[in-house]
Design a binder for this molecule. Structure first.
Ligand code: NAD
Length: 417
């Protein structure tokens, strides 16, 4: 099913429960603007290839549109629309003055050379330049994009406007106007949410086993931070396979070094420190025995087809949209608590907002300043969501949407008055 249908169902469920202003509901049901671009890129062999890309600007009631750019072969318009709407909700859950946007290019970047990737990134930045800007729409990295790509795009946009414009994009390397703490922000924010969940639900890290699907930027850092807190990392996976400890846990620091060198977490099997490990397929992994399952790969991983088989107690959504609305209902009936994406992974956009704020105000914050502000925002957001969960007797996702849309409703009324 098209991903945007999932978003609409989530909005509908929360809007009904909270009796959201029906006019605001109509506004939130559609992105405010969608741009489709065609990107001619010269390949190294001399041929010209046309790539297709999108930028969706869902809503800017709270501030400039904000959201990542994804380079992936499965990008489509429905996905970009869904991700842009979740960004609106995410920024609102954590109460930062930003709206929701998202971009994507249909490409498998692993098939491109460095030069081709740079030409594609610059072509995309030129194509969307007329509708972005520090006070209009501020992109960032997402799946398969990184600091280097953000720097190329910032450079291209700066040429377009004729002056250096660091505030147009976030997730840049620190030496090129980025913020300290941005690379680990999504996982760090997830940890602050997890700390609140542990307090709320009486979780003892040292007695808690964890599976993490997706050992990339978000999932890899999450594994390291959870390990430091004493959680037992029992299994991790990436697009090439799943690695599970048959005894004890996995050491993420050692594992990352192996993945960086060899390509996959599964390459650690049998190596020193990983003697007691085995590999398994994706479905076996997802439905394996653990206390916390962290989803940090892509959307639609838990669906009506497999939800009934899950054995975990908690699901932490570091990825966007990994659980469908149908699966949500099945998981709830099994007593599995899902901590939703728009709360769990909001640390990424929060530190992106810090980066933008520093850029436009010509400031440089320390790592400690970033963490102090991030922890407060994430913990307050958790409290607000848990408060609405109890007030409306609903699941945490619906409570997070109610929190987000409650703030938007206030702005809507103020701006209309
Ligand atoms: P990434 O590309 O760094 O990592 C993705 C990881 O998932 C890779 O290790 C990849 O091998 C793995 N993967 C892909 N398909 C898989 C599958 N079927 N099974 C197991 N693993 C699979 O991307 P990322 O930035 O870490 O983003 C991951 C998710 O987190 C996305 O949904 C993204 O939107 C979300 N997110 C990321 C950030 C951020 O700051 N990086 C912020 C908010 C949300």
């Amino acid at each position: 099913m098209a991903l945007y249908e999932n978003t609409l169902k989530q909005i509908e469920k929360a809007a009904t429960l909270m009796s959201l202003d029906p006019e605001l509901k109509m506004v939130l049901d559609e992105p405010m603007r969608i741009l489709e671009v065609s990107l001619p890129v010269r390949l190294d062999g001399g041929a010209l290839k046309i790539f297709k890309g999108y930028r969706a600007q869902h809503n800017n009631l709270a501030g400039p549109f904000k959201g990542g750019i994804r380079f992936h072969q499965q990008v489509d318009l429905s996905e970009v629309k869904a991700l842009s709407a979740w960004m609106t909700m995410k920024c609102s859950v954590v109460g930062i003055p930003m709206g929701g946007g998202k971009g994507g290019v249909i490409v498998n970047p692993k098939e491109l050379s460095e030069g081709e990737l740079e030409r594609l990134s610059r072509a995309y930045a030129r194509a969307i330049a007329p509708i972005i800007g520090p006070q209009v729409d501020v992109p960032a990295p997402d799946v398969n994009t990184n600091g280097k790509i953000m720097s190329w795009m910032k450079d291209e946009y700066s040429k377009f406007v004729g002056h250096d414009s660091p505030g147009v994009i976030t997730g840049k390397p620190v030496e090129d106007g980025g913020s300290v703490g941005r690379d680990t922000a999504t996982a760090q924010g997830g940890i602050y949410v997890l700390d609140m969940l542990a307090e709320d639900q009486g979780i003892d890290p040292t007695k808690t086993t964890v599976f993490i699907q997706g050992y990339g930027n978000a999932g890899g850092f999450m594994a390291k931070l959870m390990h430091k807190k004493g959680y037992i990392i029992k299994g991790v996976s990436d697009s090439r396979g799943c690695l599970v400890a048959t005894e004890g846990g996995l050491d993420p620091e050692k594992l990352s070094a192996i993945k960086d060198e060899k390509g996959s977490v599964t390459d650690a099997k049998g190596l020193e420190g990983f003697e007691n490990t085995t590999v398994c397929d994706d479905q076996e992994f997802l439905t394996g025995e653990c206390d916390i399952l962290v989803l940090a790969a892509l959307e639609n991983q838990v669906t009506a087809e497999n939800a009934d088989k899950f054995k975990t107690k908690f699901i932490l959504e570091l990825a966007n949209g990994p659980v469908t609305p149908e699966a949500d209902a099945i998981l709830a009936s099994k007593g599995i608590i899902v901590v939703p994406d728009i709360l769990t992974n909001a640390g990424g956009v929060t530190v992106s907002y810090f980066e933008w704020y520093q850029n436009v105000n010509n400031e440089k914050w320390t790592y400690e300043q970033v963490q102090e502000k991030l922890i407060k925002i994430m913990k307050d957001a958790y409290k607000d969501v848990a408060g609405n969960r109890d007030k409306f007797a609903c699941d945490m996702r619906t409570a997070a949407f109610i929190t987000a849309m409650g703030r938007l409703e206030k702005l809507w009324k103020e701006k209309r008055a």
